[in-house]
Structure formats: structure tokens, C-alpha cells
Design a protein around this ligand. Sequence first.
Ligand SMILES: [Mn+2]
Length: 327
Amino acid sequence: MEAPPQIRDTLDYVYTRTPEAHRIAVGIHFGTLPPSAADDREDVARYAAYVARQLQPRVRLNSNSPAAPLRMNFASCYVQDHDEDSHFFHAVAGVIGVADGVGGCRSAGVDAAAFSRGLMGNAFSEVSASDLGKPVCPYTILDRAYQRTAASGTPGASTAVIVSLAGKALRWAYIGDSGFALFRDGKLLHRSEPQQHYFNCPFQLFAGEGSHRVSGAAVGEIAVEEGDVLVVASDGLFDNVFDSTLERTVQMGTAFNFTPQHMADIMAGQAHNASMDASKDSPFSVAAREHGLTCTGGKQDDITVVVAFVESQDDMTTDLPVSRLRT
Ligand SMILES: [Mn+2]
């Protein structure tokens, strides 16, 4: 399997700094090993277990300054298929958005990327125009972005998720199966539950008469700590990569001091690998069979991955990243 070009720098970094067992354990073996070679290697399993043990319990560097304010250090990776995903992160406000244009519109001759791009472009400008000293409410941002996108007559439909860091809490609002996963000490702590009408038909936002579909958004918040790892992504990630693999990647990445960019690239690469592999099960194929469908392999799709490390604002070792809008 060829690796997508945008992740090759990260692969070079990882290949020169990690043992082979690490790469196999995380599922990074683009073009070098058949995926099946990784399955039964005892050294790989032992190695993965060793790394996982090192992370528990985590040494809490900020234990003597629990009041230190938090910030997020982000990066994103996008591997396109039909190029209908869109995303942003706003570094100062601490807000991430991911939207996934609904491909079903394509057959009707509609630009299936229009609504997702409109949503994220409008959400980014809403965040930029907000009082950056104050916490951002994801529901409000999603609602305003939806109103503006719908009012401009934008065609198509989209799922969307907005996540913000407000003090010590992570807040979210999402529609459909764009979502997020939060990891602490290398373990999945919280994961969004996709909203769908029926299998493979997610809730979605679109302009329509008298509609106000943002009111159906799932909203919530959870306390975060320094060292937590947040992954916000389209279903191109979550349908192709099992939570257990994401956990292993977070564990290995922590052990080897991956940056958010490394982690986002590796996760997107894993999803791309799985999406092109017709022989191995994916979360999508497992779910499809539970719904009585015949299905194996991954699901080809746009893959958007935004990774954010929750850091202490006292940690001056890294500059805050530059905000990004990808429409
Ligand atoms: Mn998708």
C-alpha cells in the first residue's frame, strides 16, 4: 500500500526513530510488510503491552500547579477521496471543526462539498469574530454557521462537529457521524456516539423550508487534564480504524514524543490503509454485518483527522500552532 504523499515526512521521522516492533504494533507498514505479517508476532504484542504499561499511571507533570490554564496544540491531516470533507482549527480560541459533505447529493448533480465547506468557513469566521477572551460555545457556533450557510442558498448536506476548550472543560456539539475521541493515559476516555437514522445514514444539516436541524445536535462537556489527547475526525477515520488501534497509536506516540502532526498523519495513514484493504475487517464492515449486510474490508472515504494535545499554558516549550481552515 502506497502511503499518501502528505504523510511521508512523518513516516520518515517515525521510521528513523522507532523499532520495527513499534511500527508493526501501530500498523505503520506501508509498502514494507503485508498487513498479515503483523498479526501473530509475539514480539510485537509484547512490545505493545510494554509501552501500554509505561503509561499507567501517567506522571502528572503539573500536579503541583493544578490551576494552570490549559490550551490545545493542534495539527490536522486530510487524505481525500471525493474531497467533500472540510475542517478548521482556531489556535487562539481553542476550537476545532470537522464537516463531511454527504456524498448522496452527488448523484443528484449537486456539489456534495458545498455545504460542508460553507459550514466550516462560516464557523471559522464566527469563531474569529467572537470575543477571544471568552469560552466558545460549540452549539452557538454550529447554529450560526448553519444559519449563514443555509441563508446563502448553499446546496447539499453535511454532518459536522465542533469541539472547544473552555477553561478545563471540553465542550462539543455535533450532528451525524463526524465526531471525536478523547484519550487519557493512552486509554479511550470518551467518544462521541454517531447519530444516524438507520445504518450508514447519519443525521445531517441542509437548507430546507422552516428547518432548524441544529436543534437535534448532540451536546455535552467533559473535564480535561494536561496530557489528554483529543482526536476530532470524519467517519473516514472512525469507520476504518478501531478504537483499540487509536489507543495503541496514542500510547506509542506518547512513548516516542510524537507531535500532534505525527499523530494525525499516522492515524490518517492507518485509515487510508484500512480503507483500501478489502480483506480485513473494519469498524464499518463489523457494523454492517450487525445490520444484516454482507460486507468486509474498509470504507473508501475522505479522511479528516485533527489531533489536539491538551497542554498547560505554562508549558512554553512549543509555540501555539497557526490556525487552519481547509475548505
Ligand atoms: Mn465520510
